[in-house]
Design a protein around this ligand. Structure first.
Ligand SMILES: [Zn+2]
Length: 587
């Protein structure tokens, strides 16, 4: 296997999204002078310029972009060159309205924002392939090119579509996964509630239904939708690999984004890049963002790039609070400390028009006089001084299991004992580890080499396969310490409750059987009492568990409804130890 192209900059990346096509030439020429002054070495463009690049069907206009790229090369500034496929132009959408996405309730979304496409649309895919081919052919050898920036924030607005083309794609995907119509019926347990299908064409994506939907259908639709967007990503990746084999390729992720399985996306690309917008008004924002940074450095076990962040306020929250003086620097260096080889921003110059006109920029509406520009100049010097650590790695001894099956299956609308959220549980466990000064990696089990971690935490592993359980058991047997949170080992990858009940294939490892899940209506009445005397209150969840004879009980429930029942357990297993925490604990 040939080595994938590596991140090519010898210095920390510093810069951001730049939209010179939205400004007169004298403005963007001045921009270049300012960029050089503060040490910008990488810009992303032209992310949303499809209409300027292809004003009419098949008629490309590239001279303007060539002029800008030449000027960047002359200034010594590199480019993360967007394939510009993130939003189709109005003429294309008007000619093919069937390419607009459809919601679960049947409403077809209109043009006028961005991402106005169905990921399955053959017309859209053909035009994407043509534009990507043109960009690679025209600019693949340009001296300013450092990195391909494929599309933009896949799935941010449209990651799922319920149109007829997606329905057909869903059926094909189901037949590949389950082998036959009988296999689909078996996997989904369709005898319950009279859902048996006698022809594959009877199967639809989960559109709005009269009552609770089939959980296995919902989970398969999540998987299909993620794979469908991944196919679209691969369409561009393959063209770029063929035409420009030495140029690394990325697309900008969005933290631990619910809708897309980033383990699979990262495996397809060369460089992991990420957008991060912690809320300055959220006191825990820096803690939560560290959880996603752990995923970014773990996805390929290599340095990654913070390719978008806000210099100050964003424009899409209900209340958009600016960053206080120094926060820009702190946020940028936090990303570097977590393994990012640079920090980039959205965007260079503040827009005067459009939905993001109040989004902060390195050059705010006051231009060079903006506070953010002065802070950016200081950061440029900081990042330049950090060049010696480019390519270095963050080594962590603790990791959290990040598994998209569980993320998807824990839906607020699911037919569970109570609403559960992987993100909520993960934040709680991560916050506890973060408060100890630990940088926490992410692992995919099976898939990641677990043996290098002293401690692995599964905050909640609702979907647990035999292969996952075997990987975790092997890790503990070899000397690892595993902490498993509540509502784990509940169902298999078809949403079937494991035989004998939870924790299913984790039963032998943990030495625990869950008799009943016990959501807490009056959490204040239920205490978790440790043998040490420490006491804490579960936030919303408890379980009636039975334990094996060789299991240590570290804490009991005190008060109603589970008085004196075991709450937290520990079992030695091989050379390691496995903990089970049946209560929902943490902030
Ligand atoms: Zn569709």
């Amino acid at each position: 296997m040939t080595e994938a192209p590596r991140w090519p900059l010898p210095a920390m990346a510093f810069g951001g999204d730049w939209n010179p096509d939205q400004w007169p030439r004298d403005v963007w020429r001045h921009d270049l002078e300012l960029m050089r002054r503060i040490g910008v070495n990488l810009v992303s463009l032209p992310v949303f310029a499809w209409p300027q690049l292809e004003p009419r069907d098949g008629a490309y206009s590239t001279a303007w972009l060539a002029e800008i790229l030449d000027a960047l090369a002359e200034a010594g500034i590199g480019v993360a060159l967007a394939t510009a496929t993130a939003t189709p132009p109005a003429w294309l959408v008007r000619a093919h309205p069937e390419m607009l996405p459809v919601r679960a309730d049947g409403v077809r979304l209109g043009f006028g924002s961005r991402q106005s496409y169905c990921p399955s649309s053959e017309v859209f895919r053909a035009k994407v392939a043509a534009l990507t081919t043109m960009m690679a052919t025209e600019f693949g050898g340009h001296p300013a090119l450092r990195l391909w920036h494929v599309s933009n924030e896949y799935g941010d607005h449209v990651s799922r579509c319920w149109c007829d083309a997606c329905a057909a794609g869903f059926r094909r995907w189901l037949l590949r996964r389950h082998g036959s119509l009988a296999g689909i019926n078996e996997a989904w347990g369709t005898k319950v509630w009279g859902q048996v299908y006698t022809d594959v064409d009877q199967i639809d994506p989960p559109r709005v239904t009269p009552g609770p939907d089939n959980p296995a259908r919902l989970l398969d639709f999540e998987r299909f939708s993620s794979d469908n967007v991944l196919d679209l990503f691969r369409l561009e990746l393959d063209i770029l690999a063929e035409l420009t084999p030495g140029v690394p390729r990325t697309t900008n992720f969005m933290g631990i984004f619910r809708d897309l399985d980033y383990w699979r996306f990262a495996a397809a690309e060369d460089v992991v890049s990420n957008d991060a917008y912690p809320d300055p008004a959220d006191g825990a924002g820096h803690t939560d963002i560290a959880l996603s940074y752990g995923l970014m450095r773990s996805l390929k076990d290599r340095p990654w790039l913070l390719i978008e962040s806000a210099p100050s306020a964003v424009s899409w929250r209900e209340v958009n609070v600016p960053k206080t003086p120094g926060q820009l620097r702190a946020d940028a260096l936090q990303a570097v400390a977590h393994g990012s080889d640079g920090t980039m921003f959205f965007q260079w110059r503040a827009a005067r028009t459009g939905p993001e006109r109040f989004h902060s920029a390195l050059l705010g509406h006051r231009g060079e006089a903006s506070r953010s520009f002065a802070e950016a100049a200081e950061l440029g010097a900081d990042l330049a001084a950090l060049a010696p650590v480019v390519g270095s790695r963050v080594r962590s001894s603790v990791a959290i299991v990040v598994d998209w099956d569980t993320i998807w299956a824990l839906r607020p609308d699911a037919s569970l004992p109570a609403a559960r959220s992987w993100h909520d549980e993960a934040r709680r466990y991560h916050a506890a580890l973060h408060s100890l000064g630990l940088a926490v990696d992410s692992v995919d089990a099976p898939g990641t080499d677990l043996s290098r971690y002293a401690v692995i935490v599964a905050p909640t592993l609702y979907v647990t396969t035999d292969a996952q359980a075997a990987a975790l058991a092997s890790y503990v047997r070899g000397g690892g310490t595993l902490v498993v949170g509540p509502f784990s080992g509940v169902v298999d990858d078809r949403e079937r409750v494991h035989p004998g009940g939870p924790p299913g294939p984790l039963r032998d490892l943990l030495g625990v059987e869950v008799d009943e899940h016990w959501p807490l209506v009056d959490a204040e009445a239920q205490i978790v009492q440790f043998a040490s005397g420490a006491r804490t209150t579960p936030h919303d969840w408890a379980e009636w568990i039975e334990v094996a004879d060789d299991v240590d009980i570290l804490a009991h429930y005190d008060g109603r409804p589970l008085h004196d029942r075991p709450a937290i357990t520990r079992r030695s297993f091989g050379d390691g130890v496995a903990y089970y925490i049946s209560a929902g604990l943490g902030l």
